[in-house]
Design a protein around this ligand. Sequence first.
Ligand SMILES: Nc1nc2c(c(=O)[nH]1)N[C@H]1C(S)=C(S)[C@@H](COP(=O)(O)OP(=O)(O)OC[C@H]3O[C@@H](n4cnc5c(N)ncnc54)[C@H](O)[C@@H]3O)O[C@H]1N2
Ligand code: MOO
Length: 402
Amino acid sequence: MADLQSVEAALAALVEGVEPLGNECISIAEAGGRVLSKDVTASLDVPPFDNSGMDGYALYHGDAGGWLSVSQRITAGSAATPLAPHTCARIFTGGEIPPGADCVVMQEKVEQRGERVWIPNDIPAGDNIRRRGRDVAAGDALLGAGERLEAAALGHLAGQGITELTVRRRPRVALLSTGDEIIDPGQPLAPGQLYNSNRPMLTRLLERFGAEIIQAVRVPDDPRETLRILAEAAEVADLVVTTGGVSVGEEDHVKTAVEVLGRLDMWRLAIRPGKPLALGRLIRHDLSEARFVGLPGNPVSGFVGAWLFLRPLVGALLACPTLKTLPRLSARAAFTTTTGPRRHYMRVALAFTDQGITAHAFRDQNPSVLSSCIHADALAVIPAETQVTPDDRIDCLWLRVD
Ligand SMILES: Nc1nc2c(c(=O)[nH]1)N[C@H]1C(S)=C(S)[C@@H](COP(=O)(O)OP(=O)(O)OC[C@H]3O[C@@H](n4cnc5c(N)ncnc54)[C@H](O)[C@@H]3O)O[C@H]1N2
Ligand code: MOO
């Protein structure tokens, strides 16, 4: 299999020369999953004022150990006034610490009689006070360019009062399904036909990776139509993804079309599934280029190829480091397998036990069996020419990420 390329060589060819996409300004309400294209610096302290971490009483710590009268009531959202000497303030979680107080005693620890409370001894200064700027200080680097905006990051930005953000434009993807046998759900199946399962699967994966599908077109097994549809797609898309038609049969027209319209950087990889995967570029009329990824038609080859190649390519277009690589983990095999000359990406479910992580392989690992992917938590990476027996340590790529 000397002519088969490695995943590493293919990944290098895939992202070679990829320029990050341009910026757009969007509302924070739409920013979930988007990638920041500029560093954000904090302009506010968070929290913006010293406040109480508990419902209780605010006082000067030197006054602890006796009865104090309650001189004011501070709810969250109200402004505090300076604390009268040798008194305390009734305060609620999030309430502003009044000038003159330097600790808060939680209400469970005091005894209350009318307008007076008994405060126990030895309350340290600073107790139960959340200092201004504890989380973020104005001028701090808040989030960096390339950060993917997930829940906590969005909360962090909103904490600064930010309403609009500059993010990378989403990669525009044309998703082309080749094959005369492929039809869309909603039509009756004629003999020899099957429904297009790759399209919704890849749409979902690409959207999770942060791309936008701008075209989803079926391509008949015809060389001229293949050429025409690919050329049109390249004019409007950053990335043209095809499924099927990249193997060696005479009805496989995709590679030839790519060679006419641009160049094929790589074809045929030492992986299972996904051997005939093709990577390249399509040159537009204005001589700029769209990237091309030709996934094999078998649905599992498409699923695995999307994780191995589409995710890092979308990551490169978005200049997002966390999308460029898949997290790895080590597990113990709960199966037996032997590989040939290709590296095998096996679909496994992971069990997290007291003894560690165990990988359970789906029973049928054929590239046409899409059910193997439904409960796959990870792809177990089994090197070429290797024998795995139960309890062997194996390397896995974690799939439960966006
Ligand atoms: N003589 C050889 N034949 C094949 C080789 C080879 O090396 N020599 N490689 C095999 C491998 S490995 C794969 S993978 C497939 C991939 O071939 P293609 O990429 O050209 O894909 P197709 O032939 O078009 O389709 C393969 C298979 O997948 C079904 N398919 C295609 N599109 C969809 C879709 N959108 N939804 C559901 N299923 C789809 C298609 O009907 C075929 O059954 O080639 C082997 N052959
Ligand atoms: O490598 Mo093919 O991808 O076996 O299905």
